[in-house]
Design a protein around this ligand. Structure first.
Ligand code: 6PG
Length: 243
């Protein structure tokens, strides 16, 4: 597996400064993409870390720094629940960011978690194909990692890891629930991947993912954009086991 075009790691003192650094990076990548190509695509994840950075994007000075009218929003994954469900990644992003950031409604491409998983995945693949043509080349995908090394909804040991489609439905055994997720072909075709990792609970798995010997044993370690940048933004608690 080729190494990413560029890989970098930045350690922030605490979760708050990690959130600010993540929000700032999102702003600069989106601004650059719009400047270069007149538009930008952004894919978001769920979990807890979005609470650190999404609200910062919804407030000044960052809110006006992003040309939201030129941004197309996708998701790295979605729980197979209706949009109003507390578990919905779309619902969370709506509450934390899009209730304030003026992205045109037609630019928000949610995964319809209320559909049967395979139907939701097929519809999302069609949406991606309409927007990108072949394999999606997303300007920025913001990811997290689970303590089992998953990212998006690419859980260890699932068939989703081998999918050659840009998105698929996946049953998360540990959670006993269905998800729809971008797959490695889509993640590794991104222009920019940004991992945001916070907290001591992630220190062990992060060390394994960032070490060459064990990296590819974990889904998050398989994210190595072939023609894009890979940036790890972590706080010192998550990084305390790194050399
Ligand atoms: C999801 C996420 C998931 C998340 C990781 C990390 O839908 O749950 O996409 O992959 O990114 O579980 O979660 P934290 O943000 O809580 O570290």
């Amino acid at each position: 597996m080729e190494a990413p075009l560029s890989e970098a790691l930045s350690v922030l003192a605490d979760a708050q400064s990690l959130g600010a650094a993540t929000a700032d990076r999102i702003v600069s990548i989106l601004r650059e993409a719009v400047l270069q190509r007149g538009g930008a695509s952004l894919a978001l994840s769920g979990g807890n870390t979005p609470n650190l950075y999404l609200p910062l994007l919804a407030d000044e000075p960052r809110l006006n720094a992003v040309p939201w009218k030129d941004i197309s929003v996708f998701w790295a994954d979605e729980r197979c629940v209706p949009p109003g469900d507390p578990e919905s990644n779309y619902g969370m992003a709506g509450r934390l960011l899009f209730s304030r950031a003026p992205v045109p409604p037609g630019n928000i491409h949610r995964i319809r978690g209320e559909l049967p998983p395979e139907d939701a995945a097929a519809e999302y693949r069609a949406t991606l194909a309409t927007h990108f043509g072949s394999t999606p080349r997303i300007d920025l995908i913001v990811l997290g990692i689970g303590s089992d090394g998953h990212t998006a909804s690419l859980f260890p040991g699932t068939a989703a890891l081998a999918s050659q489609e840009p998105a698929c439905a996946v049953y998360a055994p540990r959670l006993g629930s269905w998800r729809v997720t971008l797959t490695l072909p889509a993640l590794n075709n991104a222009r920019n991947i940004l991992f945001c990792v916070s907290g001591a609970a992630k220190a062990g798995i992060l060390k394994k993912i960032l070490s060459a010997e064990t990296r590819t044993a974990y889904p998050a370690g398989l994210v190595m954009p072939t023609d894009g940048s890979l940036l790890w933004l972590i706080d010192s608690a998550a990084g305390h086991l790194l050399a």
